[in-house]
Design a protein around this ligand. Structure first.
Ligand code: FES
Length: 67
């Protein structure tokens, strides 16, 4: 049995995905991913859908908390 995958919403940064997942585009094409990777949340990455660190340069601010 595989370990449960997690998605962490980082403060002022990307979603950090860990675990076995399959990420697909709108047409169902599979993105090649690693065991851990980050998905852009700020919208400024040059490597979408992945984070390339640009959120730090643009001063992206978002601190999401579960209720
Ligand atoms: S969240 Fe990192 S580049 Fe957008």
């Amino acid at each position: 049995m595989s370990e449960k995958a997690t998605i962490k919403v980082n403060d002022n940064g990307p979603y950090l995905v860990k675990g076995e997942v399959e990420m697909v585009d709108a047409e169902g094409n599979v993105f090649e991913t690693k065991k851990a990777f980050s998905i852009c949340r700020c919208g400024h990455s040059s490597n979408k859908p992945f984070c390339d660190g640009t959120h730090r340069k643009v001063g992206f601010e978002s601190e999401v908390r579960a209720d």
